[in-house]
Design a protein around this ligand. Structure first.
Ligand code: ATP
Ligand code: FE
Length: 371
C-alpha cells in the first residue's frame, strides 16, 4: 500500500507519502509561522488563503520526492477534523480531486487520532491497548487507546491547552515568533532559575485527569507585568538583567506547566491500568511533545509506573502529513475507507468536514469522580 496524506487543519500545509511497511517516502511542510507572527494569530480566512495558495505545490512536491505520480497511489488520506472548517476544506477538496481523477479510495482522518497512531509507525512493537497524552496548541488529552478506532477519553482541558500557554508566554516575553512560541520558551528556559517565580500548579484539588492552563497563563502575564517586562523590546536587545528576568519566568512557567502534566498523567495511568491491566506504553505526542524537558519529566513518571514512554521524533510530533498517511493505512488495512469520489466533482458538493469531533467517549467513572 502506498498512501498520500494531506493535512490542512490549522496553520501548516503538509503532505507525505508513506507505505504499509511504515517507510516514509516523502514529507513536505509549508508553514504559515511567519504570517502568524506578523498578524499575531490565526485568522481563519487568511489561513485558508495561505493553504489554497500552496496546496497543489506541496502535494506535487511530496509525490516528486517519493518518485511517484498520482496513479501509483493506493489511496488518499486527509484530515477531516477537528480544526478550522475553512482550512480543512482546502485539504479535503485537494484529496478528492486527486482520488477522483485516479479512482482511488479516500480515508477521512481524525487529526488527534493521527497524532496518536504515528507512534505505531515509529515503534513497531506498540500494540493496543496503550495510553496517550496528546499535548498541542488546541488539545490536552489523556486517552486510553483500546483498539484501532476505539478510544476512551480519560481527561481533557477545561479551558486552554498547554501549547496555547507556551505560545502566549513566548509572545508576552517578547520572543521571536517567526517559528512557534514553544521552542523559543524551551530554549530561554535553559538560562533561567525554575524556582525563582512561584507559580501555582493548576487543579491540585481536583481528583480527576483534566487540565487547565488559563489560570497559569494569567499568573505568567501578571508576573511579566510585575517585572515591567516590555515585549516590544526583543530578547536580543534586552539588557543582561532583563534577559535573566525573562529566562526566570520562562523556566518557572515551564516547570509548573509540566508538573501539571506529570500529576495528571500519574493518575491517568492508575485509572487506565484498572480498565486495561495489560497496558505497557504511554505515547506522548502533539507539538509540545517535541520539548526535551517535557519528554524527560514524563519519562520519569512513566518509569515509576512500570511503563515505557513512546515519543515520536519532533518532526512527527508537530503537525505533519506522515501521521495522516499512516492513520489512513491503519484504517485502510481494516477496510475502513470511502469509495472513490466521482471524477470532475463540482466544487460546491457538500463535504464531510468535522470541525468539532471528540476522540472517543468520555470515561464515565472519571466524570463522577470529578468535583
Ligand atoms: P492541535 O493538534 O491541537 O490541533 P496544532 O495542530 O496547532 O494543534 P501542533 O502542531 O500539534 O498543534 O502543535 C503546535 C503547538 O506545539 C504550539 O502551541 C507550539 O508552541 C507547541 N510546541 C512546539 N514545539 C514545542 C516545544 N519545543 N516546546 C513547547 N511547545 C512546543
Ligand atoms: Fe496538531
Amino acid at each position: 500500500l502506498v498512501v498520500l496524506g494531506i493535512e490542512t487543519s490549522c496553520d501548516d500545509t503538509a503532505a507525505a507519502v508513506v507505505n504499509s511497511n511504515g517507510e516514509i517516502l516523502s514529507q513536505v511542510i509549508s508553514s504559515q509561522a511567519e504570517l502568524l507572527a506578523r498578524y499575531g494569530g490565526v485568522a481563519p480566512k487568511m489561513a485558508e488563503e495561505a493553504h489554497a495558495l500552496v496546496i497543489d505545490q506541496v502535494v506535487q512536491e511530496a509525490l516528486d520526492k517519493a518518485n511517484l505520480t498520482e496513479k501509483d497511489l493506493t489511496a488518499v488520506a486527509v484530515t477531516i477534523g477537528p480544526g478550522l472548517s475553512l482550512c480543512l476544506r482546502v485539504g479535503v477538496q485537494k484529496a478528492r480531486k486527486v482520488a477522483g481523477s485516479h479512482n482511488l479510495p479516500l480515508v477521512g482522518v481524525h487529526h488527534m487520532e493521527a497524532h496518536t497512531l504515528v507512534a505505531r509507525l515509529v515503534e513497531r512493537e506498540l500494540q493496543f491497548p496503550f495510553m496517550a497524552l496528546l499535548v498541542s496548541g488546541g488539545h490536552n488529552l489523556l486517552i486510553l487507546a483500546r483498539d484501532l478506532g476505539h478510544y476512551i477519553q480519560l481527561g481533557t482541558t477545561v479551558d486552554d491547552a498547554i501549547g496555547e500557554a507556551y505560545d502566549k508566554t513566548a509572545k508576552w516575553l517578547g520572543l521571536d515568533l517567526r517559528r512557534s512560541g514553544g521552542p523559543a520558551v524551551e530554549e530561554l528556559a535553559r538560562e533561567g532559575d525554575a524556582k525563582s517565580v512561584k507559580f501555582k500548579v493548576p487543579m491540585k484539588q481536583h481528583k480527576d485527569c483534566n487540565f487547565s492552563y488559563a489560570g497559569l497563563k494569567t499568573q505568567v502575564r501578571l508576573a511579566i507585568e510585575a517585572k515591567r517586562i516590555n515585549a516590544e523590546i526583543s530578547l536580543a536587545s534586552a539588557s543582561d538583567e532583563e534577559r535573566q528576568a525573562r529566562a526566570d519566568i520562562a523556566a518557572s512557567f515551564q516547570r509548573v506547566a509540566v508538573l501539571h502534566l506529570e500529576e495528571k498523567c500519574e493518575r491517568a495511568i492508575e485509572w487506565a491500568l484498572n480498565i486495561e491491566p495489560s497496558i505497557n506504553h504511554l505515547v506522548v505526542s502533539g507539538g509540545v511533545a517535541s520539548n526535551k524537558y517535557v519528554r524527560s519529566r514524563l519519562d520519569e513518571v512513566v518509569k515509576r509506573k512500570g511503563l515505557k514512554l513512546v515519543c515520536p521524533p519532533p518532526s512527527l510530533c508537530t503537525d505533519n502529513g506522515v501521521m495522516i498517511a499512516w492513520t489512513g493505512i491503519e484504517h485502510f488495512r481494516l477496510g475502513r475507507f470511502d469509495p472513490p469520489p466521482p471524477a470532475n466533482e463540482p466544487e460546491d458538493v457538500v463535504l464531510d468536514l468535522r470541525p468539532r469531533w471528540p476522540l472517543g467517549e468520555e470515561y464515565a467513572e472519571g466524570k463522577s469522580e470529578a468535583r
